[in-house]
Write a protein that binds this ligand. Structure first.
Ligand code: URA
Ligand code: CA
Length: 448
């Protein structure tokens, strides 16, 4: 196929055929199409968009560019995917909780990207934990214990791997059809039958405005419907870190604290985790409705079976399950530094992307692909948006490898916080739900 004519057609805003789109995905995966031609087509797509039919064809072609799992897990394989957050350790809470309710969570997760954290990096703070395993063993673990979380193999949607790297350096990341096909191709290839998407919105999100987040969520729900997969998308707030802990070992600790019942049930991290999990149970047919799903989840959280499931999952993946009883086994950073509130008032806003980068620069994330992480570092927020703080009070504790990086992070964190003299409302947690019936606000009875 003549690739120049494909670029030419998209440049003119025409609709590409399924064959043309397959040539694009195959050429990206096997290396037969050059970087500059792929880049030109990506920019034409970024500027002229794609119809739902084209986006579906691109999603399916990228999924089919590598291995396609057809996992027999004894139920509907269910997955949750977040567009990327800060202090967002919902996966480590909801995967064991959903499994404890009888769901089958088959999850391939990523590493941290930019200012956002990644579940695979977090899990590696658990001594001995394996984040890669042969497909057969992974599927058996899901079948037998109900959840397993591993990294994406190189054979999973290789077309996306190449295209994503090109998009990153050609200013073509921010395109709804390209983001939707990138995310969904990996989910389809890993064999998920039901997918809950957590589309973050706010100062720490890929899509900062609610309108853009709804557009992306709606596109992904439509592509799911056109491809025979069940998808529900939840728009959730990322105006501030979701949990109080940001950093790899710190976030695993917070997930364990939540599952052990040591935390208040009203904690935003817990509420968002239970909310996403309730959609996973309904979408995969384990619970008949959101209300029943929620009751099952709270019961499993309070009776300790969620934590028991996390212990089983860790043991199955070669990790030391004693971390669930003694989180000090995750390791602690040698230097701790308090960030003091500069004035009396209320925390009014955070620049959540800057907070994420402060953690990255401490060593919790990578600036380049080769960087080695310090899994112990990060910070713990002691105030949320809307909370009162008095001058001189500790608003955040930095965990660092040395004094110098601790002091730099403290300055960066303080500059990312806005205080106001007047009271201000807490940040919104669940903004909207998008499914095949359209966009709606979550009901009060769904959220408790
Ligand atoms: N995450 C992905 O996997 N792909 C995108 O394009 C954006 C976020
Ligand atoms: Ca409790």
């Amino acid at each position: 196929m003549d690739f120049v004519s494909i670029i030419e057609r998209k440049k003119r805003g025409e609709e590409l055929s399924a064959d043309e789109i397959r040539a694009f995905a195959a050429g990206a995966a096997d290396g037969s199409v050059k970087d500059y031609q792929l880049s030109a087509l990506l920019m034409a797509i970024r500027l002229n968009g794609m119809t739902d039919r084209e986006t579906r064809d691109l999603t399916l072609a990228m999924a089919a560019s590598g291995d396609m799992l057809r996992p027999e897990v004894g139920g509907v394989p269910v997955d949750k995917h977040s567009t990327g957050g800060v202090g967002d350790t919902t996966t480590l809470i909801l995967a064991p909780l959903v499994a404890a309710c009888g769901g089958k969570v088959l999850k391939m997760s990523g590493r941290g990207l930019g200012h956002t954290g990644g579940t695979i990096d977090k899990m590696e703070s658990i001594p001995g934990m394996r984040t890669t395993m042969p497909e057969e063993e992974f599927v058996r673990a899901v079948r037998e214990i109900g959840c397993c979380v591993v990294g994406q193999s190189a054979q999973l949607a290789p077309a996306d791997k190449r295209l994503y790297a090109l998009r990153d350096v050609t200013a073509t990341v921010d395109s709804v059809p390209l983001i939707a096909s990138s995310i969904l191709s990996k989910k389809f290839a890993s064999g998920a039958g039901a997918i809950v998407l957590d589309v973050k919105t706010g100062s720490g999100a890929l899509m900062p405005t609610e309108e853009d987040s709804i557009a992306l969520a709606s596109a992904m729900v439509r592509i799911g419907a056109l491809s025979g997969r069940k998808i529900t998308a939840v728009i959730s707030g990322m105006e501030e870190p979701l949990g109080s802990h940001v950093g790899n070992a710190l976030e695993v600790k917070e997930a364990i604290d939540v599952l052990s019942g040591r935390c208040d049930d009203r904690l935003p991290l817990t509420r968002v985790s239970v909310y996403l999990a309730s959609h996973m149970l309904v979408l995969s047919g384990v619970a008949p409705g959101l209300k029943q799903a929620r009751e099952m989840l709270w019961a499993r959280l309070h009776d300790g079976s969620g934590l028991k499931k996390l212990r089983e999952m860790i043991a199955r993946q070669g990790g030391d399950p004693r971390v669930c009883d003694d989180t000090s086994l995750l390791g602690t950073a040698p230097v701790k530094l308090e960030v003091l509130c500069p004035e009396d008032g209320f925390l009014a806003a955070t620049d959540c992307t800057r907070l994420g980068y402060a953690a990255q620069r401490l060593g919790a994330g990578r600036a380049s692909k080769e960087d080695v992480l310090d899994l112990r570092v990060g910070f713990v927020m002691h105030r949320r948006i809307g909370d009162r703080c008095r001058r001189g009070e500790n608003v955040c504790t930095v965990h660092a490898s040395d004094e110098k990086s601790a002091a730099r992070a403290a300055g960066e964190i303080l500059s990312a916080l806005t205080f106001s003299a007047a009271p201000c409302p807490p940040s919104r947690l669940i903004w909207d739900v998008v499914d095949e019936n359209g966009v709606r606000k979550p009901g009060e009875d769904e959220l408790g």
